[in-house]
Design a binder for this molecule. Structure first.
Ligand code: SAH
Length: 398
């Protein structure tokens, strides 16, 4: 039998419960199927905690689940002190996201079940990590689908002791060979895109090996890929390569760009080699094309164009558009790192979209690699929906 953690409204004949209440799920014949958290207003009407009839859903259950998830991270290859400790369904905790930035935890409770058990989960997380600070960022829009209002602020460890400053919201992490900062109260998601950690390292590897001179980082957020490119370019120069390469970064968020700019000097790179555009990517790509510009490397890491499969058509057109423009802007031998973080677009469909962008651009390329989320954002055998982030590395034929 295939075990899947979601029970849709349409699959339920009778029964119910309060928001977040643990319910016993049975087959038509009355056979036990699972213990699940009931969510009266969501289309995903119940999310499974356990398929084991003997399991009690109580504090020890959450302590054990958090412990398993955290121990798994110690076995994964994670080159950072910014780590996703709990990745929802993939870790057996539907609706719970927990990121660790140094000594601070940031959690998102996005389901009725995790909301109900919030205090127990908070204590379990501190106990299993040995840390004392936990900030809540339950402001994701999906909470509304569960009938939950946004909630943000310190859940644990936020009290300023007499004569001491409150804990900082401004943090920094060491990822691979670079340092990056974030604000856990104001940044996107829990503050940072940890899922792209290893793709940033891959980008640095290509920059070093190929000695990029002109790099374009689209949807740069706080400039992670820009810093990675500069790190790779510096290594190439140190090995005798050409000096003076440039990185252009584009985003529509002014605070993100400001932070991206700060990351350049924080990591010891020459600020004159990096420029930042507060602009719409699509319009900028068209403008660059008109100007006849060319790039050795382009990153396309757009926001989720298709939150669900229902939006896939329109999203596919948007992905195709930017990929067509990017492929046209690549120099022969240039490299495109292109991504989709839309759950509604499969890896296969994304591949087809990029292929048809190439056909429209009249550009062929070698698909050098397929990329995915970092290992602390796992997909599992039982939950294929866990695959949301996919990427391709395409080298334009010369
Ligand atoms: N690559 C980044 C994460 C990108 S997240 C990293 O490694 O950290 C997507 C980014 O796209 C967000 O920062 C958002 O502000 C930006 N964005 C969304 N729509 C945009 C648009 N039309 N033009 C430019 N930037 C946009």
């Amino acid at each position: 039998m295939r075990r899947h953690p979601w029970i849709f409204e349409s699959a339920i004949a009778k029964g119910g419960g309060d928001s977040g209440e643990t319910v016993r799920v049975e087959s038509h014949e009355g056979q036990f199927l699972a213990w699940a958290a009931y969510s009266p207003s969501s289309r995903i009407r119940a999310r499974v905690w356990s398929f084991d009839e003997a399991q009690r859903i109580d504090a020890p259950f959450f302590i054990a689940a958090c412990a398993r998830s955290i121990i798994a991270r110690a076995r994964f290859d994670i080159q950072s002190d910014g780590v996703r400790l709990v990745h929802g369904e993939s870790d057996g905790l539907p609706g719970l996201i927990v990121d660790r930035y140094g000594d601070t935890l940031v959690a998102q409770f996005t389901s009725a079940g995790t909301e109900r058990w919030k205090n127990v989960i908070a204590d379990a997380l501190l106990r299993e990590t040995g840390l004392s600070k936990l900030y809540e960022r339950s402001d994701a829009s999906v909470r509304a689908l569960e009938g939950l209002a946004p909630a943000t602020g310190w859940l644990r460890g936020g009290e300023a002791r007499l004569g001491e400053a409150p804990p900082p919201l401004e943090l920094s992490i060491q990822e691979h060979h670079w340092r990056l900062t974030l604000n856990i109260a104001e940044g996107h998601k829990t503050g940072f895109y940890l899922d792209q950690r290893d793709s940033r390292q891959r980008f640095a590897d290509y920059a070093r090996r190929l000695g990029f001179q002109r790099v374009l980082n689209c949807f740069c957020y706080t400039g992670g890929f820009s810093v990675a490119a500069l790190a790779g370019m510096r290594a190439a120069e140190a090995a005798g390569g050409r000096a003076g390469g440039q990185v252009i970064s584009i985003d529509s968020s002014a605070p993100a760009l400001e932070r991206a700019r700060a990351h350049v000097s924080l990591n010891g790179f020459d600020v004159n080699r990096a420029s930042f555009l507060d602009a719409d990517v699509n319009a900028s790509l068209r403008q660059f094309l008109k100007e006849g510009q060319r790039f050795d490397a382009i990153v396309l890491d757009p926001p989720k164009f298709a939150p669900t499969a229902a939006h896939a058509d329109r999203a596919a057109r948007a992905y195709k558009d930017i990929n067509r423009l990017a492929l046209q802007l690549l120099s022969p031998g240039g490299v495109l790192f292109t991504f989709s973080c839309s759950g509604g677009i499969s890896a296969d469909l994304f591949h087809k979209i990029v292929a048809s962008a190439g056909a429209d651009a009249g550009v062929d390329g070698y698909i050098l690699e397929r990329l995915g989320g970092a290992p602390d954002h796992p997909m599992t055998l039982e939950f294929p929906e866990g695959e949301y982030l996919k990427g391709l590395v395409v080298m334009r034929k010369g």
